[in-house]
Design a protein around this ligand. Sequence first.
Ligand code: MV4
Length: 448
Amino acid sequence: MFSKILIANRGEIAVRIIRACNEMGIHTVAVYSEADAEALHVNLADESYCIGPALLKDSYLNMTAIIDVAIATGCQAIHPGYGLLSENPRFAELCEKCNIKFIGPHWSVIAKMGDKDEARRTMKAAGVPVVPGLDEITDVAAAKKFAAEIGYPVIVKASAGGGGRGIRIVYKEEDFENAVLTASAEAKSAFGNGKVYLEKFLMDVKHVEMQIVADEQGNVVCLGERDCSMQRKNQKLIEESPCVALKPDVRQKMMEAAVLAAKTVHYTNLGTIEFLLDRQDNFYFMEMNTRLQVEHPVTEYVTGIDVVKWQIRIAAGMEFSSRQEDIRLRGCAIECRINSEDARNNFRPSCGKIALLHIPGGPWVRFDTAIYQDYQIPPYYDSMIGKLIVYAHDRTEAIRKMQAALCELVIEGVHTNAELSSDILAQPEFKDGSYCTNFLDKFLKNYH
Ligand code: MV4
């Protein structure tokens, strides 16, 4: 087992990883930017090193600075968290070259799944259902013909994108060429790769993702699903498990498809397979995320498994202790992401000092955060300042528990979206679980 790990991240996920290390008796090294000198992860780590100024490119994305600290402090492994360098194959490869274990899959798998078009082709060849579409668009005229055959609307996606970046939904044929050219140009400038592909845009669907744990001994286990359909502009807002719309036999098939997908690419460590589920119980592979997800606590509650500790154990060569038949999915968990933004002012980011903080508690109420009383939220980073997660034996009780926790949560000094989340939970479409990926954008049109 590792004796010292560097956490190459910040905010709530850095705190989460440090806590897992503390429980495992592993020494922790934090890195931070000049803007994060007062951040909680800096205070909680055993050692902490400033790696540069506020901007991400000069600090948390500065691969050599991070590796230098890991080597200088004698770390055996680096945990990348999510976002930032967590899906950067060059960083994972650099760790390997420096003989530092990257806590995640092999860099070649990150690269392969990071090319969303290549991922689609791989899954299709393996027999995992994918959305009807066209792999890499090389001839716009031919692609336009194909779009007419599958019928509009269609969605153009950047191969190097993912998570909603570099996508364009096309409703009419006359908009097709322009959409392809602008999506490709945007992808070229954003990701350095203008490759785009085409899919039938599926409406009235759920975004359901399956959590995979794969050890280095070849065991691949699925820890169930998370319904992530409550999204605003491809930013997840509320996640839950189980997915109300997933029938037991369809769940079984989707879990098997997720395990097949992971085995196909010789996946190791934690990964998530994203699917789209339609109302006729058909599901289709969308993309694979080769990292820990923000919403992992939802799975931890319904399985009783600490997935961050297992990331570290698997990276250290340990075999995952559970087989698929040992996994019991019980009760219901809901997560609301708490963002410092003004939901009534076009979600403008809201920075400032936390004048008053009161964190809700009680049975199965969890608030993962890095904010504290009098903390000054810096303007440079993601607006998510915490995740409120609750667990209950059934969904009705979980919704009540979440509503009570949102009501008890006090964050004064900055605007947050807590009230919006509470209003969403009160909607009939949430209560009956019928909401789809297009619900929130519609709901917000009349929200004030
Ligand atoms: C789709 C889709 C419907 N049909 N692809 C969203 C981000 C990335 N994971 C891909 N996403 C989607 N891809 C096809 N063929 C629906 C989504 C989607 C979505 C799209 C627009 C607005 C919000 C969304 C929320 C979840 C999923």
